[in-house]
Design a protein around this ligand. Structure first.
Ligand SMILES: [Zn+2]
Ligand SMILES: [Zn+2]
Length: 488
């Protein structure tokens, strides 16, 4: 059992405790423990000993007890008891956007709804209309969100795909390689496609059938070995650490930009992030915590931003010749303005402008809002330009051509956010604009050290789009990057 698997058990427990009306301090403690476990990525037993020797903080006595129980029994009794009440299918409801714990609890208590199927029935039979908090508008949006989920059922993000491929190939040996979309890459996948050397194919198929998939393996033809993601055993999907994945041998990225630290909602300090970048061979790092409007993500007050700047100055002395840049991920406000006055923004090395709220406006308004932010002289980079969360939330309505053309006209950079849940801007746009002067930056939007490696996914998709390397601004040196930022 590793810490990722343990975190998953705690996440499931937390959702059920939310239904039980558990107090928010206990829920928050659980959430912090989950983040801690997820960002550590080691064997659970090692993590427990780190907690016991006080090398990891923030894990209380009860949580430590829970972790030991998970280590010994692979589960938690408290969790199993709750799961018996609500059943496994209740977790489907948490995936529906706009349906929080209190609404799920209302559905469960009044209509015994504990699955998407039952929820659809309650909508069809109009029994849901009698419940408090379920007006016509909210029901319509629930239906829309269920449709979205069902469209993408059986699909997984690129990180899960890459880890699974790596696991499978390491188990099957050197006679197997990727094929089809597994080779050419997509943003989301519902299958894995492999090719085996002809004289090894029978042997490999038997191995797949008997050892890896048990009875579930069906799909095969003469040339390709294809299987559905949903049939893939769970242990092949997640066990590997991201940085254990093979990275491309010619490291093109010189600097890492768009990272969050403990100043806002990140897991690690500036120094920890910087040292991680140094050990991975990068030569600069741009820190961009959230701005003050993003209170939910611990957005920085002007004073805190100033303090961060001082800390960065000190670290730059200490870590020379490595360079940490002072940046911010500024919310684009509803009127298209950035989140700090000019006198604050002008002290920064660069600014990423992003939309994090206020999605429900017209396509025209959204386009005006974003293009106004691009034109702001302090904006260097437009962050995750469509706001989509793959398999979870569609993009907001916006005239992308106009956004991209404005960026080109004002000499601004568009982000390829490589978080596997975003991959935003989509490679389709990059392909369309590959012969234009559009400049992009490939960022991890890292909230922890391990997420720095997300850049790999953005790189795969930029390659798929055949976007030329010399228009990817952080493929260049620190000076090149600063020149790009200051040109406008
Ligand atoms: Zn963001
Ligand atoms: Zn971010």
């Amino acid at each position: 059992m590793n810490t990722l698997e343990a975190a998953k058990i705690l996440t499931s427990l937390r959702k059920l405790l939310e239904l039980e009306g558990e107090n928010k301090f206990k829920l928050r403690a659980l959430e912090l423990a989950e983040e801690n476990l997820k960002s550590t990525e080691i064997e659970l037993i090692e993590f427990i000993s780190l907690v016991e020797s006080k090398q990891v903080s923030g894990i209380g006595t009860q949580l430590l007890k829970d972790l030991k129980e998970i280590e010994n029994t692979k589960t938690l009794k408290a969790y199993q008891n709750l799961k018996n009440v609500y059943t496994d299918s209740i977790f489907e409801l948490f995936k529906i956007r706009g349906l929080g714990a209190s609404k799920i609890k209302t559905l469960f208590d009044n209509l015994q709804v504990n699955s998407i199927e039952k929820l659809k029935l309650a909508i069809a039979e109009k029994t849901i209309h009698n419940l408090k908090g379920f007006g016509d508008k909210s029901i319509a949006s629930i239906e829309e969100n269920i449709n979205f989920l069902e469209t993408w059922k059986g699909y997984f993000c690129i990180d899960v795909h890459e880890i699974a491929i790596d696991n499978i190939i390491s188990k099957l040996g050197p006679f197997v390689q990727t094929s089809g979309t597994s080779k050419t890459k997509e943003e989301v996948f519902n299958k894995i496609e492999l090719e085996a050397e002809e004289n090894k194919r029978d042997e490999i198929l038997i191995h797949l059938k008997e050892k890896l998939f048990k009875e579930k393996f069906e799909a095969e033809d003469k040339e390709l070995i294809t299987f559905n993601f949903k049939d893939l055993p769970v242990e092949l999907r997640f066990v590997k650490k991201l940085d254990a994945l093979a990275t491309s041998d010619n490291q093109k990225l010189v600097g890492i930009l768009h990272t969050h630290t403990t100043y806002s909602d990140g897991q690690h300090s500036i120094e920890e992030m910087a040292n991680a970048c140094i050990s991975k061979g990068y030569s600069y790092l741009g820190i961009t915590d959230h701005s003050k409007t993003a209170a939910y993500a611990g957005g920085l007050s002007e004073d805190k931003l100033k303090l961060q700047g001082l800390e960065i100055d000190e670290l730059n002395e200490k870590l020379k010749p490595f360079k940490i840049l002072k940046g911010i991920e500024s919310d684009i406000l509803n009127d298209g303005e950035l989140d700090y006055p000019d006198k604050v923004l002008e002290k920064l090395d660069f600014v990423i402008a992003s939309i994090h709220s206020g999605f429900n406006i017209s396509k025209k308004q959204m386009t005006e809002r974003i293009t106004k932010a691009i034109k702001n002289p302090f904006t260097s980079i437009l962050g995750h330009p469509t706001g989509r969360l793959l398999l979870k939330r569609p993009e907001y309505e916006v005239y992308m051509e106009e956004v991209i053309n404005t960026a080109i006209e004002y000499n601004k950079i568009i982000e390829l956010n490589s978080n596997p849940k975003r991959l935003d801007i989509s490679w389709n746009w990059l392909k369309k604009y590959k012969d234009s002067p559009l400049k992009i930056v490939i960022t991890p939007d890292a909230h922890s050290i391990s997420q720095i490696d997300y850049v790999k996914y953005g790189q795969l998709l930029a390659e798929k789009a055949q976007f030329s390397n010399d228009k990817i601004v952080n493929y260049g040196s620190l000076n090149d990057f600063l020149k790009n930022v200051n040109e406008n």
